[in-house]
Write a protein that binds this ligand. Structure first.
Ligand SMILES: N[C@@H](CCC(=O)N[C@@H](CS)C(=O)NCC(=O)O)C(=O)O
Length: 225
């Protein structure tokens, strides 16, 4: 079996799938598809024209959540199985927090902060800093307050075990970091510590260091030209 993952590593949703593939040592090819300027026929494999898509021969599946759950169910890998807890209530909580990350954190941390500060400049487009400030002042605090309440004194979000919820939340926080923001450790100390801890985990380190190197190269080339 040789998977192909269609997408770009700076997408938090693609990174979520890459995390699972990496920690299970699953072989795959990354076929770069950027969200800007997608080929018209991408809709054939991704009905909403979004990345990621996982391909296995002539089988294609879109959506990071669906793909991650598919990998957990089918690969039967010891590093993946614990990402979905055995207990139904804990599974519900994991799914809820993944949804919260994908649909509540993403619009603020990724589609606003990262897109405006990092993605748009890559494509020589101006940053709308007012919209970033609006998100940071009016949207982000309630999201981080909620995450803080869910984390409590735990190291991981659900039953204090590393799960898909941690992968989904962390991947959005990475884009926040790529957007040159940090979690305010005075205001959200447990969340800041949580993210620091996540960034120490070897699989995240490998993925993020590669992305930081890519971003550094892109921006170095821009300052030269
Ligand atoms: N729910 C989807 C969201 C994927 C998504 O929004 N991907 C973005 C890139 S970060 C995208 O492809 N955007 C292109 C577009 O909306 O036109 C998932 O989890 O895979």
């Amino acid at each position: 079996m040789a998977y192909t993952l269609h997408g770009a590593p700076l997408s938090p949703f693609v990174r979520k799938v890459m995390y699972l593939l990496a920690c299970s040592n699953t072989e795959y090819k990354l076929k770069i598809v950027a969200p800007v300027g997608m080929p018209d026929d991408f809709i054939k494999i991704s009905p909403l024209k979004k990345i990621p898509v996982l391909q296995d021969d002539d089988w294609y599946q879109a959506d990071s959540s669906v793909v991650c759950n598919y990998l957990i169910e089918t690969l039967d890998h010891p590093a993946l199985k614990p990402l979905m807890p055995g207990h139904a209530k804990a599974r519900a909580q994991v799914r809820w927090l993944e949804k919260f990350a994908d649909y509540e954190l993403a619009p603020c941390l990724t589609f606003t902060v990262f897109r405006q500060r990092t993605l748009r400049p890559i494509y020589d487009k101006a940053t709308d800093e007012a919209s970033v400030q609006e998100a940071l002042n009016n949207k982000m605090p309630a999201l981080f307050d909620y995450l803080t309440s869910q984390l409590g004194k735990q190291t991981y979000f659900v039953d204090n075990n590393f799960s898909l919820a941690d992968v989904a939340i962390t991947t959005q926080m990475v884009n926040f970091m790529h957007g040159r923001e940090t979690i305010d450790a005075q205001r959200w100390p447990t969340l800041a510590t949580y993210f620091d801890h996540m960034m120490q985990l070897p699989t995240w380190q490998t993925l993020i260091q590669r992305e930081q190197a890519t971003l550094a190269k892109i921006f170095a080339a821009k300052t030269k030209s």
